[in-house]
Design a protein around this ligand. Structure first.
Ligand code: NAD
Length: 350
């Protein structure tokens, strides 16, 4: 496995290639200060290798911060695989990926992410034990992490709404992307008495969710400016940039997508418009909390309380942001960096 030049502060970037199966991607390790670098494997149609690498680096960094703030004994890493032009055997592709993960000897622990499934991770498991996100076994933590991610986003949203002096009942929430997490979040919001407006790149999926919850449906291009109190980005990253922030009508942003802010300045742009931002990696940690419990062989009932703890954690971050006049994103970053620095100090690293 080739090592690529590693931009600081990442610890390593490994090129993973297997021409026979079409495997072409990278495993980026941002930090192992708190434990093995944990983060899912994304299978995606990148325009070029530079885009693929940039995504891996950004996502790996995000995982370090997410794992640190969630109190997990893991660092941060991410695998990305470029979707091959033809994919003769998905099973063989993930077997080859599993061999690549095995080659890192436990420095990186993988799981599913956008474009990959529990079935893919079962192929990986045949080659290495450094994997989670497998089909659940009775009584054990595991299985699809999406419902846990949705629960974490929901309790984060409740906490953020409370900090604005309101509950969720009667509020209108615009959900961008009603896939695994977005649809599960809609269920929780509906049960809590929120009104929904949904959009998805897959119109049939959006229509099905809208019908189930009596929600309004708008086009993907219209969801940002939908008449809503809360905007929940649950599609892909980068939903919040100069243009979309200018168009937002919601006063709170809280969703599941990773890397919602296109640039760090977008956190300040939201604050300038008086829009409260619930940092993405704090809100969406439910999935990795479940995955970590699975990897560590814990019981299923260990997971819920940890996921629900996302609510008070979000409340604390928002209170601190209010007190010190920093954006919630900056406060969360500083808290995560302090935890990682403690981990490095414990290992005698600077
Ligand atoms: P998913 O693929 O099941 O759902 C994403 C949905 O977004 C799809 O229905 C897709 O059609 C839709 N979509 C894509 N582009 C869109 C656009 N421009 N406008 C509207 N809809 C669009 O993925 P998921 O597992 O639900 O994850 C959603 C997001 O949450 C991703 O960013 C993922 O990285 C993040 N996340 C997921 C988990 C998890 O447990 N699944 C954990 C943490 C973070």
């Amino acid at each position: 496995m080739a090592h690529l030049p590693t931009p600081a502060p990442h610890e390593a970037v490994h090129l993973i290639e297997d021409p026979e199966t079409g495997l072409h991607g990278v495993i980026a390790i941002h930090s192992t200060a708190l434990g093995p670098a944990a983060g899912g494997c994304r299978l995606w149609q990148y325009d070029d290798d530079a885009a693929m690498l940039a995504d891996a680096l950004r996502l790996a960094r995000g995982m370090s911060y997410k794992n640190a703030l969630a109190g997990l004994p893991f660092g941060g890493g991410k695998a990305v695989i470029r979707m091959p032009a033809t994919l003769p055997s998905r099973a063989r592709l993930f077997a080859a990926f599993g061999r690549a993960v095995a080659g890192l000897g436990g420095a990186y622990v993988t799981a599913e992410d956008v474009g990959t499934t529990t079935a893919d991770m079962a192929e990986v498991r045949a080659k290495t034990r450094f994997v989670a996100g497998l089909p659940a076994r009775p009584g054990q933590a595991g299985g699809d992490p999406s419902p846990w991610t949705a629960l974490g986003v929901f309790v984060a949203m409740e906490a953020a709404a409370r900090s604005l002096g309101t509950g969720l009942s009667g509020l209108r929430v615009a959900v961008q992307g009603v896939g695994q997490v977005g649809a599960a979040l809609c269920t929780l919001l509906h049960e809590a008495g929120a009104r929904l407006v949904v959009a998805d790149a897959d119109a049939a999926r959006a229509a099905a969710v809208a019908a189930r919850f009596g929600a309004d449906m708008v086009s993907p291009g219209a969801i940002i400016a939908a008449d809503a109190d809360i905007f929940a980005p649950c599609a892909l990253g980068g939903a919040l940039d100069r243009q979309t922030i200018a168009a937002l009508r919601a006063r709170l942003v809280c969703g599941a997508a990773n890397n919602q802010l296109a640039t760090p300045e977008d956190g300040a742009r939201l604050a300038e418009r008086g829009i409260l931002y619930a940092p993405d990696y704090v809100a969406n940690a439910g999935g990795i909390i479940n995955v970590a419990a699975e990897y560590l062989g814990e019981a299923a009932d260990a997971v819920e309380a940890r996921v629900r703890a996302i609510g008070p954690r979000m409340a604390l971050i928002l209170v601190r942001a209010g007190e010190c006049g920093e954006t919630p994103a900056a406060v969360a970053d500083a808290m995560a960096e302090a935890i990682m620095a403690e981990g490095r100090a414990g290992l005698g690293r600077t």
